[in-house]
Design a protein around this ligand. Structure first.
Ligand SMILES: [Fe+2]
Ligand SMILES: [Fe+2]
Length: 276
């Protein structure tokens, strides 16, 4: 583990601490993926999630600081912009030339910016914002992704989701992201067979399913679900192109397709769309 969450990192504003914990979890997951020489679509998915969650966290924090009337807001926003750009650069460099990047450098940088951000910049606004529930409420109203009028969705706490994926690091990432937005009913399974067996006992509203797995693949899984007459909606994910997936899934009831490395926003948008 690269950074361990301790009481010293706690600032005293619930959503800020929760966000910081998510960011630290993602950082540790990148560390584990790199350690295990994980394939680049998985490392890419986790890096992408870190970039997106960083933006989301900064937006929420700035909303709260503005509502508190924090005097150094402009300077704080400038540090956010700077950090955001650096994290994004790491991700795009990794995307373009993964073999040219030293994992140790990525991790050292991510660790230092995260600790610098939390212990350095954020602790400076502590006195101005702790104990201001109105400001916290405003920040909490921001959504992780753009909600469309056709498909507004916020009931993450009651949505039942299953993830079927044979990669443990990917399951961990999805677990972190979904829990971060408030999902409480989440089944994580490592094979399609296990998914079929579990769904007959514990139904799910939405299933995220990996396309390529040993044994039963995603398409056979979707076919099997149709014979079971479940109202479950299926979102298919793969490292291959979505066009190829769509061809293979033609005729089956599949609500959405996602390409790996996945984007956290697209993932949540697809689930929200399938859920309404
Ligand atoms: Fe922060
Ligand atoms: Fe901050």
């Amino acid at each position: 583990m690269l950074v361990k969450w301790t009481k010293d990192l706690e600032l005293g504003v619930a959503f800020v601490d929760a966000d910081h914990k998510v960011l630290i979890k993602l950082l540790n997951q990148i560390n584990d993926c790199i350690d295990q020489h994980e394939e680049s679509t998985i490392v890419g998915s986790v890096l992408e999630a870190l970039v997106e969650y960083t933006d989301y966290h900064f937006r929420r924090e700035e909303k709260m600081l503005e509502a508190c009337g924090y005097l150094a807001l402009e300077a704080h926003m400038a540090t956010h912009r700077h950090l955001s750009a650096q994290v994004r650069k790491i991700y795009t460099d990794y995307q373009t030339e993964p073999w040219e990047i030293s994992p140790a450098d990525i991790l050292a940088f991510l660790k230092s910016w995260l600790v610098e951000h939390i212990m350095g910049h954020d602790f400076e606004y502590r006195d101005a914002c702790v104990g201001n529930p109105a400001a916290e409420k405003l920040a909490n109203e921001l959504s992780f992704f753009e909600q469309t009028e056709q498909a507004p969705f916020s009931d993450w706490a009651n949505l039942r989701i299953m993830l079927v994926d044979d990669n443990p690091n990917f399951r961990r990432l999805i677990n972190t992201l979904l829990k971060a937005v408030g999902v409480r009913h989440l089944q994580l399974v490592s094979s399609a067979r296990e998914g079929v067996a579990k769904l007959s006992q514990n139904p799910a509203d939405v299933v995220l399913c990996d396309m390529v797995m040993d044994g039963m693949n995603g398409i056979d899984f979707a076919r099997e679900l149709q014979t079971m007459n479940l109202s479950t909606r299926v979102i298919m994910m793969t490292g291959y192109s979505t066009d190829e997936m769509k061809d293979r899934g033609a005729g089956l009831s599949i609500q959405g397709y996602l390409e790996k490395p996945i984007k956290a926003r697209s993932l949540l948008e697809s689930i929200a769309k399938a859920a309404v």
